[in-house]
Write a protein that binds this ligand. Sequence first.
Ligand code: CO8
Length: 376
Amino acid sequence: MSNVVISGTGVFTPKEVITNEELVVAFNAYADLQNEKYADEIAKGERDAIAYSSEEFIFKASGIERRHVLNKSGILNPEIMHPTFEKRDDDELSLMAEMAVEAAKSAMQQAGRKAEDIDAVIVAASNHERAYPAIAVEIQQALGIEGFGFDMNVACSSATFGIQSAADMISAGSARAILMVNPEICSGHLEWRDRDCHFIFGDVCTAVLLEQKNLAVATDQFEILSTRCLTKFSNNIRNNHGFLRRSLPEGLSDQRDMQFMQEGRKVFREVVPIVSELILSHLKDENIDIGDVSRLWLHQANKAMNDFIGRKVLGRVPEPGEQPNILHEYANTSSAGSIIAFSQNNADLKDGDLGVICSFGAGYSVGNVIVQKRRM
Ligand code: CO8
């Protein structure tokens, strides 16, 4: 459809790791401190005691075993409970740009491409370190890419929506090649003091290089056969930390809803059918039989959720490796999850094999990309 290929991918993985065990120890120490501090109010029934978190629950409910983060010490300090970063001067590379440059270099190397071959940069992520200048423009400068760049946000679906945007622009002739990057500093936005969600996210950055099929030089390429995106409004995953925060009435400028909030059960129940239906109808409209699809690279939020979607889409239990899971190692990395799964699990596919990259999350949003392996 598009004459566009993915010719390279890259993943920047932060060195620091937090295991479930370490996370739970820190959370429970925080709970003890708080419960001690508010012991009188708790005894009078004016406040609920904070319940302990548990490793068993986390693994069983999510499939997550550990997560990579940019700063471990702040998150695990029961007096702090969030990452801490040094202030950077405006003329230093920002954190998101730094991660993205690393991931982008790997994608460019895999694609056999240099800065002069690329015409645009898209930063597609769930949180942006600042509003302007766009992080994409900073990355463009850091890599020496001419042309243009912009930032976009569709939460967990940012990468697939970014792939669609890039593929459409390349098809239309606006650019020869586009670097689409997903720097996700989820740790900065997660409420580590809330046991319902403190285990969910990790940090990472992925990069995807897309280019005109007839210009691509990489040995292994994935032709984009078709993309489909869908959004449907829901408040079940939300945060209210926008730029009007300072303007709220006194006492409301630091509320729980300014970090990640979700109704996990409702999300699970409502998103699974939307995703399964979208994957199946998209394949049908492209005259592709699900039996001919070799791999599903799904958004990585919850292992049970992905097992469920895999079963619904394939009509059977997926074979090992057919629907790769990276959650145990990375946790939910928002938009980057399906791209990590794709990047780390495509080398064995043969020329002509078909696959689907699908992400889903806040919005609600779902992005589906049908690809076909090309071996030159
Ligand atoms: N330890 C022990 N017990 C716990 C813990 C814990 N850590 N947490 C909760 N419990 C308890 C609860 O209190 C509850 O107890 P009770 O039954 O007495 O009330 C019980 O365990 C069960 O709790 P839940 O019903 O919440 O548990 P679930 O089985 O539903 O699992 C999940 C929770 C894992 C969150 C699950 O619902 C899930 O994964 N749902 C899907 C969510 C999803 O896909 N979300 C996508 C969001 S990501 C996205 O869109 C990107 C947003 C932007 C990124 C932001 C970056 C930070």
